[in-house]
Design a protein around this ligand. Structure first.
Ligand SMILES: Nc1ncnc2c1ncn2[C@@H]1O[C@H](COP(=O)(O)OP(=O)(O)OP(=O)(O)O)[C@@H](O)[C@H]1O
Length: 258
């Protein structure tokens, strides 16, 4: 197994509160892994630590063999880690197309001078860019909403657009924070298929936080369960579903987990 991401005894304290304590787990390359746990367990804090929004108090975060904690968020993004947010963060006044285009522009290889004189390199770059946006619209099934302003998209489609925009940055590791929040069961099933599809298509590694257990159990190769900032359990969906400690942490909500 090739490990792409590793948390080594990571702790995050906010004053006297230990939001994440001594956390250690590995994420296998091109896997889909789930991070679950009750509210306040420390899931989003872990995403904020991986992406450099918070500094770790202790421990190390290793991505592709290199320590990334201590780097600035933009430097971590440059290593190939992108995320979506629990509360959707789109350019609300831009269209679906424009939202993806702005992210695709991040990867262009022409200079400002190329753009000013509109030379061949610029024209070829622009053509590739438009093709990438079209492909992403297609994959995320947003083509018919191409010119709709993001704020006017239904909630489920805004979430899909956020994923499309994250993919435009060509990540190696995609962190999804509650991608199915607010979605109905049909939308959630569709999203499950899409996550699997994009993993295959882009050779992606996905780490997903989600409260919808159907989604987690339907797509994850491995699950890490948190409780009060600590790792409670780790294993396959089968192992997690039958783990008494996990069932207890969810206050007997066996229905939710199984
Ligand atoms: N910036 C912060 N300052 C102080 N405390 C924080 C901060 N961010 C998170 N916390 C605290 O850390 C703990 C873990 O929060 P976190 O948001 O990571 O939980 P979570 O598992 O993502 O919860 P949820 O499922 O509700 O999103 C909580 O007690 C929270 O109040």
């Amino acid at each position: 197994m090739t490990v792409i991401l590793e948390l080594k005894n990571v702790t995050k304290q906010f004053g006297g509160l230990t939001a994440v304590g001594n956390m250690r787990f590995q994420v296998e390359k091109e896997s889909i892994s789930g991070l679950i746990g009750p509210n306040g367990a420390g899931k989003t804090t872990i995403f904020n630590l991986i992406t450099g929004i918070y500094n770790v108090t202790e421990g190390e975060i290793i991505f592709e063999g290199k320590r990334i904690n201590g780097l600035q968020p933009y430097e971590i993004a440059d290593t190939g880690i992108t995320r979506t947010f629990q509360n959707i963060r789109l350019f609300k006044k831009l269209t679906t197309y424009e939202n993806i285009l702005t992210a695709c522009h991040y990867n262009t290889d022409y200079s400002i001078l190329d753009a000013v004189i509109r030379n061949k390199k610029f024209r070829r770059g622009e053509k590739n860019l438009f093709q990438q946006v079209d492909d992403l619209l297609d994959i995320m099934e947003l083509k018919d909403r191409r010119d709709v302003v993001a704020a006017n998209l239904p909630y489920g489609l805004q979430r899909r657009l956020e994923i499309a925009r994250a993919l435009a940055l060509k990540p190696k590791l995609l962190l999804l924070d509650e991608p199915a929040a607010g979605m109905n069961p049909d939308e959630t099933i569709k999203l499950m298929h899409l996550i699997k599809e994009i993993r295959e298509r882009f050779d992606l590694t996905v780490l997903v936080i989600e409260h919808h257990m159907d989604l987690i159990m339907g797509i994850c190769d491995k699950i890490v369960v948190l409780n009060f900032g600590k790792k409670l359990a780790e294993g396959t969906t089968q192992e997690i579903q039958t783990n008494p400690k996990v069932i207890e942490a969810y206050l007997g909500e066996e229905d939710v987990i199984c």
